[in-house]
Design a binder for this molecule. Structure first.
Ligand SMILES: [Zn+2]
Ligand SMILES: [Zn+2]
Length: 683
């Protein structure tokens, strides 16, 4: 071939990040990764032509051929980046494996052997030695609450991954000591008592001792929350405070609130209480979102489907993410659904929104993809399995009929939060009527969660071309589910085998950050083992997936939901160059080590958005942390237990036993003290 690079294409010594050969620029690193990330369909078209010229995704034994040079000039021919010496799992239809991948613009130019791909190396090609590590397509979380979670991530102490309550309480104590008024210490979901070696909830005494005079709210899924004494004073709760809607304030023998708030019908009491806690400023919410993007990239996520949320109103609560999208600062692709914001006003919501934004509007980084996960509040069944499923009110049918017809006639895909089969049956009754008037096939609608969906309901979903999107809520709440419904029901919660056998499109996501953790590897681990974080194996063996199948639900599954299966989800020529070099070999490590996987290099559209370990020099700069008190300074990662942290936690537990009751907080609070619910930086 007509190679303009005097350096041998197949000189192994050159396959490194910093090549010392003056004739070779392939080793240059540290290029400006912040520019030029957006490819165009023109580029995609170009690559398609190139593919037509002979390049194919190959297995190790059938590598790609060299494209014919005549289709393009030399500069167009050469790759921008090549990652080689890798174990690449493409997840294509042949389940091909490869060694190297070439990237041009934001797209994959070739996947194949080191030999075949290195033929695309030109004078300006950046080469990255993957050091024989495993590369997978970037993960896609098909159901999470990323946009809402990003707004508060940097100010939350998160117990995700913390394995002992002692360590968790120590985190509370440290954070309380440095949190300035008017801010609170807050832990808002994403953990379960079953993950702790103590296997219990914290007590109010422990929480009060750890947090002292700093207000604190600790929420356990959508089940209950503990407010410390300082928090009760700030909220002004006393003997006369009535129970909030959807919740019960526990009171002691004297009639005073103890600090325990229990949800009775779902999430409103907990969320409405949390909403009284001061927020970050608008600018800091943007920064917080950047930190959350980075944390998601660190775990190997390159795309999420955002399921909206109660109180997550469009467009008001989308200002931070929209600004990042506008400034091309997103490092994760977001397909977002619009979540109805009030019972009885759902149709009005969608009518208004349809005048503001169209399905598909946006770009590959930020795009509106439909309605969900609540399109009618009355149909929303309870989120935590410790509660009796509430009876869905009869008003649901007429509301869903109106909203369903509106969405279907406007070609809006929609997804519905549906935990239980009783809910699914009633929802399907309505959707079948809608379907007779406006066919739903082809709309990519579907049901999310579906822990107890029956075979009959699945047949009805399939008949209307629907899909299922499951979440690993059983990872955190499986013990409560099992206690209530028993082992037989737990073994099919959800019925993964049946859904797959029926050929119903299936995707998986976390449902982070409150009902579960945002860590997708916990979800992948659950799909493979059927185990909760507490170690209980609840899923039946027939529902367990192979590692490749589980990975497929977290990549191809989500790509299908957002109608982007031709763009992402697998590593194939012409698709977006979204990939992850993993910290360990997903396919051969001990199954429980899957929970500890993370990325060493995450690439979105050919751009390195996160790098660590051997690839640190390729990393983007981490977002700044403006306030030293923010928990993200110390706890901004899914918590990893090391020998030293475990030992420290044990020592600290001992120390606290001796000294906790003399804990002196630097802030002084009286009944009208420094803490207020009015925050000067809130908006
Ligand atoms: Zn839900
Ligand atoms: Zn959700």
């Amino acid at each position: 071939m007509n190679n303009t690079n005097s350096h041998s294409l197949f000189n192994k010594a050159c396959y490194k990040l910093n090549c010392s050969d003056p004739g070779c620029s392939s080793g240059s690193v540290g290029v400006d990764e912040s520019s030029g990330r957006r490819g165009s369909m023109g580029r995609r078209g170009f690559l398609t032509n190139l593919i037509g010229a002979g390049a194919t995704v190959g297995s190790v034994t059938s590598f790609a051929e060299t494209p014919k040079k005549s289709v393009a000039s030399a500069s167009e021919f050469y790759a921008d980046k090549i990652i080689y010496n890798a174990k690449i799992v493409t997840l294509d239809s042949k389940n091909s494996r490869a060694q190297a991948i070439a990237i041009k613009g934001d797209l994959i130019q070739r996947v194949g052997s080191d030999h075949a791909v290195m033929q695309l190396r030109g004078p300006n090609t950046i080469t990255i030695d993957a050091k024989n590590k495993t590369i997978i397509p970037g993960l896609i979380d098909a159901h999470t609450h990323f946009i809402r979670g990003g707004l508060t991530y940097s100010m939350e102490v998160r117990w995700d991954g913390v394995q002992s309550l002692a360590q968790g309480l120590q985190m509370l104590q440290t954070q309380a000591a440095r949190t300035p008024a008017p801010h609170w210490v807050q832990i808002i979901g994403g953990w379960t008592w079953a993950q702790f070696e103590e296997r219990r909830f914290p007590t109010l005494e422990e929480i009060n001792a750890a947090t002292g005079d700093t207000p604190a709210m600790i929420m356990h899924m959508y089940d209950r929350a503990w407010i410390n004494q300082a928090g009760l004073r700030v909220l002004g709760w006393n003997k006369d405070t009535p129970n909030p809607f959807g919740g019960m304030i526990e009171k002691d023998a004297a009639g005073n609130p103890t600090g325990l708030l229990v949800a009775t019908i779902g999430l409103p009491a907990l969320v409405n209480t949390w909403l009284k806690i001061p927020r970050l400023s608008a600018q800091d919410q943007i920064l917080s979102t950047q930190h959350f993007m980075r944390e998601n990239n660190r775990l190997g996520l390159t795309s999420v489907i955002d399921a909206g949320g109660g109180g997550q109103n469009y467009p008001d609560n989308y200002a931070a993410i929209a600004e990042l999208a506008q400034n091309q600062q997103l490092t994760i692709r977001i397909g977002y659904e619009l979540f109805a914001q009030g019972g009885g006003r759902e149709l009005e919501n969608y009518q208004n929104w349809s005048k503001m934004v169209q399905v598909g509007q946006g770009d590959d980084y930020f795009r509106m993809i439909g309605a969900g996960e609540y399109i009618v509040w009355a149909a929303g069944d309870v989120t935590n399995f410790d509660k009796d499923p509430q009876v869905i009110p009869t008003v649901m049918e007429s509301q869903l009929s109106a909203v369903g017809k509106f969405l279907a006639s406007n070609n809006w895909p929609f997804r519905m939060h549906t935990s239980y089969d009783a809910t699914a049956q009633r929802v399907l009754n309505v959707l079948e009527q809608v379907h007779r008037e406006v066919p739903l096939n082809g709309l990519r609608w579907g049901l999310d969660h579906c822990e107890t969906i029956s075979a009959q309901s699945l047949e009805r979903v399939a008949a209307m071309g629907g899909s299922i999107n499951i979440q690993n809520r059983m990872s955190l709440d499986g013990e409560a589910f099992n206690k209530r419904y028993g082992e037989r029901v737990s073994a099919d919660a959800p019925p993964i085998k049946r859904i797959r056998e029926m050929g119903i499109p299936l995707a998986a996501g976390t449902d982070g950050n409150r009902a579960t953790s945002y860590n997708p590897w916990i979800g992948v681990h659950w799909l493979i083992t059927g185990k909760t974080l507490g170690g209980a194996k609840l899923q039946g063996n027939h529902n367990l997936l192979s590692r490749e199948e589980a990975l497929g639900l977290y990549t191809k599954g989500g790509a299908w939901i957002s109608k982007e299966e031709n763009k992402k989800g697998t590593l194939e020529i012409g698709k977006l160059a979204d990939l992850v070099i993993l910290s360990a070999d997903f396919f051969s490590i001990d199954v429980d080590a899957i929970k500890d996987l993370e990325s060493e290099l995450t690439m979105v559209g050919g751009r390195v958005v996160y790098a660590n370990g051997a690839f640190t020099q390729l990393a983007m700069k981490a977002p700044e942390i403006k306030q030293v008190w923010l928990p993200i300074n110390d706890y901004g990662k899914y918590y990893k237990v090391t020998k030293s942290t475990k030992k420290t936690a044990q020592n600290q537990q001992k120390q606290r036993a001796q000294s906790i009751y003399s804990h002196a907080h630097p802030q002084i609070i009286g009944d009208s003290g420094v803490w207020t619910v009015e925050c000067p930086c809130a908006f």
